[in-house]
Design a protein around this ligand. Structure first.
Ligand code: PMP
Length: 388
C-alpha cells in the first residue's frame, strides 16, 4: 500500500495562503448545520438508547425504505433487502473488491478513473484493463476491443455521470451500448454515482442501473455530496446474492455502519430536508462552475483544452503533450495555487499532461485569482518564461 497522493497534496495545499483546487471537498457553506442538528437531537430524544446501540450489518431498515422510495423517483428500482448501508461509497468499493477480486484478477476501468477506487482495488492485487474516455465517457467500441484482448475481467467499474476526475458524462447511446456489451459477456458493471443528482446543466440521463433495470449492475451512492462527507454514509444496491456476500465482507471490517448517523439521516430525510436542500447545492455549484469556466477561458493559454462539466465538482484540463503537469504543480504551488496532477488517476500510468481542478471549495475571488496565477504558470511552460 502507498500513501494516497491526493491526501499528501491536501496536506500541502491546506496551508494558509494557498488557493487549492486540489481536494474533492464539497462547499462547507452548503452543509445543513441547523437541520442536521435537529435530526441528531430527534434521533437521541425520540429513539433514545436504540440510536446508540449496535444494529444489524445490513443497515437501518426505515432509512433503506426511504432510500428505495427516493431512488424509485430516479427509476432505480430496488428493495431494502437489496441494499447495504456503508461507511461512504469508499467502503462500498473496498467491500466490492473483497468479494469480487482474487490476487491477479483484472478489472476494467476508465482511463482516468477515481483514485479511491484504484486504491481500494489495489489492496486485492488487481490488474487493470484501462479504456480511454473523452467528454462523452468511455467509448463502447474501445471497451469491446479491450475485452477481446482481455476477456476475463471480474467487473467493469464506471462513474458515468459527472466523472471524478474527468467531469464528463457518458451519453445515453454509450450507456446503452455498454450495458449490451457487459450483458453479452456476463460481466457485472459497478456503477459509482456520488454526483448524479448534482446536475446544473443539460438534460438528466438515466443511470446504468435504471437502464438495465438492475440486471447485471451494482449501484453505489452516498450522502457525502448531498449532505456531508464527514458523516461517512453511503449505500450499495445490488442483487440480494451480492448483498449477502457484502454483508459477510463487512462484518470483520466494522460489524455495521454507525447507528446514530443512520437514525439522524433518516429523520433528516423523512422531513423532506434532503429534497429541499438539493437545489441549494446545485445553484451554488452552477455558479462556482461558471466562475471557473469564465476564468479558464480568460486566463489559460488556448493550447490547454478542458471538459465542461454539466454537474459534479471538477474541471479536467489537458495540456500540450510535452508539458508535465507534475512540474506545473511544483511551480504553481510556489505561486500559491494547488491542483491535482492528473496522472494519479491513470491506473496503468500515463496522463502526464492532465490536471484536475475542483471548484466547490473556493470563493469566487479565490477561483478567479487562482486560475489567473495558474494561467501565468501554464503560459510560462508553453511559451517559455517571460513570454508575457
Ligand atoms: N466514488 C467517487 C467517484 C468519488 O468521487 C468519491 C468521493 N470523492 C467516492 C466514491 C467516495 O465517496 P464517500 O465519501 O461516499 O466515501
Amino acid at each position: 500500500m502507498r500513501a494516497s497522493i491526493i491526501r499528501e497534496i491536501l496536506k500541502v495545499s491546506s496551508k494558509p495562503g494557498i488557493i487549492s483546487f486540489a481536494g474533492g471537498l464539497p462547499a462547507p457553506e452548503t452543509f445543513p448545520l441547523k437541520k442536521f442538528e435537529q435530526a441528531m437531537i430527534e434521533a437521541l430524544r425520540r429513539d433514545g438508547t436504540k440510536a446508540l446501540q449496535y444494529m444489524v450489518t445490513e443497515g437501518f431498515r426505515p432509512l433503506k425504505e426511504y432510500l428505495c422510495g427516493w431512488l424509485r423517483k430516479q427509476r432505480i428500482q430496488g428493495t431494502p433487502e437489496q441494499m447495504l448501508m456503508t461507511h461512504g461509497s469508499q467502503q462500498g468499493l473496498e467491500l466490492l473488491g473483497k468479494i469480487f477480486i482474487n490476487p491477479g484478477d483484472s478489472v476494467l476501468v476508465e482511463d482516468p478513473t477515481y483514485l479511491g477506487a484504484i486504491q481500494s482495488f489495489n489492496t486485492f492485487e488487481t490488474k487493470y484493463v484501462t479504456v480511454p474516455m473523452d467528454a462523452r465517457g468511455m467509448s463502447p467500441e474501445a471497451v469491446e476491443k479491450a475485452l477481446q484482448r482481455r476477456p476475463q475481467v471480474k467487473f467493469i467499474y464506471v462513474v458515468p455521470t459527472f466523472h471524478n476526475p474527468a467531469g464528463s458524462t457518458m451519453t445515453l447511446e454509450r450507456r446503452q451500448a455498454l450495458i449490451k456489451i457487459a450483458r453479452r459477456r456476463r460481466i457485472p458493471i459497478l456503477e459509482d454515482d456520488p454526483y448524479g443528482l448534482l446536475r446544473f446543466k443539460g438534460k438528466p440521463l438515466p443511470s446504468l442501473y435504471a437502464l438495465a433495470k438492475g440486471r447485471g449492475v451494482v449501484y453505489m451512492s452516498t450522502f457525502s455530496k448531498l449532505l456531508s462527507p464527514g458523516i461517512r454514509l453511503g449505500y450499495i444496491l445490488a442483487d440480494q446474492e451480492i448483498i449477502d456476500q457484502l454483508v459477510l465482507a463487512k462484518q470483520p471490517t466494522d460489524l455495521q455502519t454507525n447507528t446514530l448517523i443512520q437514525y439522524a439521516v433518516y429523520h433528516y430525510c423523512k422531513h423532506g430536508y434532503l429534497e429541499k436542500h438539493l437545489p441549494l447545492i446545485i445553484k451554488d455549484y452552477a455558479h462556482r462552475a461558471q466562475v471557473m469556466e469564465e476564468a479558464i477561458r480568460r486566463y489559460f493559454p488556448r493550447q490547454v483544452t478542458f471538459i465542461e462539466p454539466e454537474g459534479g465538482m471538477f474541471f479536467w484540463c489537458t495540456l500540450p503533450e510535452n508539458i508535465n503537469a507534475g512540474e506545473v504543480f511544483k511551480k504553481a504551488l510556489k505561486k500559491g495555487v494547488a491542483f491535482v496532477d492528473g496522472s494519479v488517476f491513470f491506473a496503468n500510468g500515463g496522463g502526464k499532461n492532465t490536471m484536475r481542478l475542483n471548484f466547490t471549495n473556493c470563493t469566487d475571488a479565490a477561483i478567479r485569482s487562482g486560475i489567473q496565477k495558474l494561467g501565468g504558470v501554464l503560459e510560462d511552460f508553453i511559451q517559455g518564461p517571460g513570454s508575457r
